[in-house]
Design a binder for this molecule. Sequence first.
Ligand code: GLA
Length: 486
Amino acid sequence: MGWNSWNSFANIVNSQIVQQQAKTLASNGMKEAGYQYVVIDEGWWLGDRDAAGNIVVDAKQWPALAPGQKDGDMANIAAYIHSLGLKAGIYTDAGKDGCSMYPDSGPPLQHTGSEGHYDQDFLQFSKWGFDYVKVDWCGGHKEKRSGAIQYAQIAHAIQKAEKATGHKLYFSICEWGSQNPWFWAPGVGEIDSTIWRTGGDIIPPVVESLHDAEHDKRIITAKNVLDSFDNGLHPEAQHTGYFNDLDMMVMGMRGMTDALDRTHMGLWALSSAPLMVGSDLTRLSPATLSLLTNAEALAIHNDPYGLQPIKVDEPAPGVEIWAKPMAVAGRRAIALVNRTDAAAQVNIKWEKLGLTAAPKSAHDVWNKKDLASTSEPLSVPAHDLVLLTVDGEDKAPAEYAANPSTITGIQVNFQPSFAQLHYTNSTNHVVIMRVKSTSGLSTAIALPPTTGSQTGAIGLILPKGTPDLAFDGSSASIHKLDVYPW
Ligand code: GLA
């Protein structure tokens, strides 16, 4: 969770803008709500290196901010961000060139990528004090590289940098989904690599201080938000600790209405997607800010299983019911999504959510109140989203025993299914295992430590047609899989 400069500042990003945004994040309630990263995206570096290959930045755009600092040193802004109790993020490209910035707001630039300098650049980011690095794919794409190979090499460079500085550098993979990163990005290069972009940009940037014809016509629509959500659905790759990245958020930006803001926040929270807000934080309305900091929506986002939702019904074309399995037994988070131009009345068929009957309680997240009844239809305005949490009773799962590192005979017949994997991990650290199926599932799973004879459970979503699972790794024991009939 945090802020990223790209959507609202594109290549005009500089120290002053970042300071202002960081200060706002630290004082408008977002920091308390859990937003912690301030990420400087493309535009901070114009592609210059010195004779030793070190990155050189514009000293006027990135001046000294405190006594003893030098102009043109990116450590200055990282220290400023840290002084607010926040974490600092930076950006580069996996190829030789970056995306060449935006042609309508600056000359196309070359050599703003890190290829050929992986070890040097990632060490530099870490020495500057950055805690997070987003690595884009423009150069890699232009050179027709393999994402799995380039990002694994970068993971190794990050690992070396972390060893040298003793400082964690969180890896944000931005390969746009072009080479199915959900199959190889989780844990790529054997590092703690936990987020990967699933699609192209939610919008081209909307920079409010630029008034050229190109910017004036940019406006965000429901389609931008819904396409990012739809493209980002790879539920089988996502589970505890590994997340599909649906792209930076555009809440409150030009074209967004309160209804679209609710749709955006609801879908990103339900997906446990990174919440990197790309808006100009100084311009957020109280309504947008209150959605971004809504504690109940954030609790859905931060559910320990961290799964994506399952589409359980479409009672009318464009009117959809999505449900997210939650770590508490019998609990679901539900979004009623209305993609149409007209208000809709929605009846939820509870048995489609894997519940034995109507839930004992249902809670309306936006209005912060319990529903009087679970049998009345719910009204969803045009292009809006109603977010609920419900507590009921799960239908009994089908149990499959592990033998010892495979599970066979699994039946997932109708749709992606929610499953719980029971295990023991008696080390005192998280164990990463790869899990594969002949159905095409191939991902990493993170198994947190368990205590004594207690078993742990993580949530998984199995693709339709999963017949078997094979686990690779021996530091933890897999006991059984419960597959819930949804
Ligand atoms: C790509 C990425 C964006 C942003 C821009 C910067 O388009 O997908 O998120 O980083 O590059 O040029």
